[in-house]
Design a binder for this molecule. Structure first.
Ligand SMILES: C[S@@+](CC[C@H](N)C(=O)[O-])C[C@H]1O[C@@H](n2cnc3c(N)ncnc32)[C@H](O)[C@@H]1O
Length: 277
């Protein structure tokens, strides 16, 4: 578990450093300006892609959904505002949850819980939908996480997530491996691997769409934004995390462009606990 504790620590640090930081907000505005603006995403999802995810998940007034690995809760708030659904956000970064709670204090129909995606603090069949954006790749035991999603979904509930997947042999050299692990060691599945796992767990209506071209473009923009805001970025993050972050986005961009790492949008329906394996 040491690896995952390191991941938790680095996310906690990042969340503390960027929260309410003006320079970081300026960089985010630049990063997302061509793609519907910054809605709180620290990932690779545009506002239009989020709208498509919300639709696939059936988010609407009267529906209850979980935003799994919600970070500082910007996406969760955005989904409440744009769909009228009741949202719960969960993340294992304590600073992220503190920030999320503070920023959503005036928002009805939203709550944030601190917890681990592998052991959800919820009862069986509590949610109409589970959404997760670009996070599952860093959770080591994917089977356990998806089984937990199934457990908390109502029969007919929707699971919708974006995630990074293996599309080729990522180089094993230490430099590439180190750069890719800056925000936590990655445990990428392949798209067929995801399909097999979801079938095995009892999900149906599984659809997997490739979003790699946009993922590549967004990684290029992340790296470009780091360079453009280098002076303030070094102040906010410190030299080490700034340089590691830049190497991370440069490497993701290179691996994505070379066809070795990609991004998928996955949606599936949970048919009910009687059918569970
Ligand atoms: C790349 S960020 C994405 C955050 C958010 N979904 C977004 O798109 O902006 C990944 C998030 O996953 C969280 N995370 C990673 N492993 C987790 C786990 N086992 N349980 C709960 N949260 C986890 C991290 O703390 C971090 O906030």
């Amino acid at each position: 578990m040491t690896g995952s504790l390191d991941t938790q620590a680095i996310y906690s640090l990042t969340h503390r450093q960027i929260a309410n930081n003006e320079a970081a907000q300026e960089m985010m505005a630049y990063l997302w300006r061509d793609w519907g603006g910054y809605v709180g995403q620290l990932s690779w999802v545009t506002a239009a892609q989020l709208a498509a995810m919300a639709e696939a998940a059936g988010l609407a007034p009267g529906r209850a959904a979980l935003d799994l690995c919600c970070g500082t809760g910007g996406i969760t708030r955005h989904l409440v505002a744009t769909t009228g659904a009741t949202m719960t956000g969960l993340d294992y970064s304590e600073p992220a949850i503190e920030i999320a709670r503070r920023d959503a204090a005036a928002v009805p129909a939203i709550r944030f819980d601190h917890g681990d995606a592998r052991e959800l603090p919820y009862g069986t069949a509590e949610f109409d939908a589970v959404i997760s954006v670009d996070s599952l790749v860093i959770v080591p035991d994917r089977r356990q996480v998806l089984a937990e999603c199934a457990r908390v979904l109502k029969a007919g509930g929707r699971l919708v997530f974006s995630d990074e997947v293996l599309t080729g042999p990522v180089p094993r050299d230490p430099e590439t491996q180190r750069a890719l692990a800056v925000y936590g060691r990655l445990f990428p599945l392949t798209a067929p691997g995801y399909r097999r796992l979801l079938v095995h767990l009892g999900f149906t209506e599984i659809e997997i769409h490739d979003r790699t071209p946009m993922f590549v473009a967004i990684n290029r923009r992340w790296a470009d934004s780091y360079r453009r805001f280098e002076e303030s970025g070094r102040k906010v993050l410190g030299d080490r995390l700034f340089e590691d972050g830049l190497a991370f986005f440069d490497t993701l961009h290179a691996e994505g462009a070379a066809g070795r790492l990609g991004q998928v949008l996955v949606s599936a329906t949970w048919t009910g606990h009687d059918g569970a394996h």
